[in-house]
Structure formats: structure tokens, C-alpha cells
Design a protein. Structure first.
Length: 89
């Protein structure tokens, strides 16, 4: 039985989030050069979301909500409220 390395759980969570962000970026900008091993990890972990995106469904939102930093709000702001007079900027 292998001993758990301290911090490995946190590292694995960050790795999974990084791979999810890389899946989004590699689909938006397919020209970028990604190592074949990393590309296969992205395909293996997020094949269902990538297939939904390619079929025209929304898969970006699920990936981004999973991977975005906690200080980033994944909701779209209501820009019509910001343009009304008397609203704080």
C-alpha cells in the first residue's frame, strides 16, 4: 500500500481544474500546440463535454463552473441595470 503524499489531494484537484480549462481553451483555439499526452488526458477526462460542445449544445458552462477560481463569478452580469441613471457604477 502506498502512503499518501501530503498535499497530493490538493494537487489532484488543481490538476483536474487545469485540464478542464485547457479543454475549453483547446476547443476555442485549436491551433495551439499541446503535447499529445496532455491532449489525450483532456480527451479522456472531458470527452462528454467536448462532444456536447461540438454538437452545438452548451458544454462550456459546466466546464467553466467546475474549473473557474472561486473569486470569479461565472454568471453574466445584467448590463441593462448598469446603464440606468442612479445606479452605482
Amino acid at each position: 500500500q502506498l502512503r499518501k503524499i501530503p498535499g497530493s489531494e490538493q494537487f489532484n484537484k488543481l490538476f483536474d481544474r487545469m485540464i478542464a480549462l485547457l479543454a475549453i481553451l483547446s476547443h476555442i483555439c485549436p491551433i495551439s500546440v499541446v503535447d499529445d499526452i496532455i491532449a489525450s488526458i483532456v480527451r479522456d477526462k472531458h470527452a462528454n463535454n467536448l462532444s456536447k460542445i461540438e454538437a452545438g449544445e452548451e458544454g462550456y458552462e459546466d466546464l467553466f463552473i467546475f474549473a473557474c477560481p472561486k473569486f470569479v463569478n461565472p454568471a453574466v452580469p445584467d448590463y441593462s441595470q448598469a446603464l440606468k441613471p442612479g445606479c452605482p457604477a
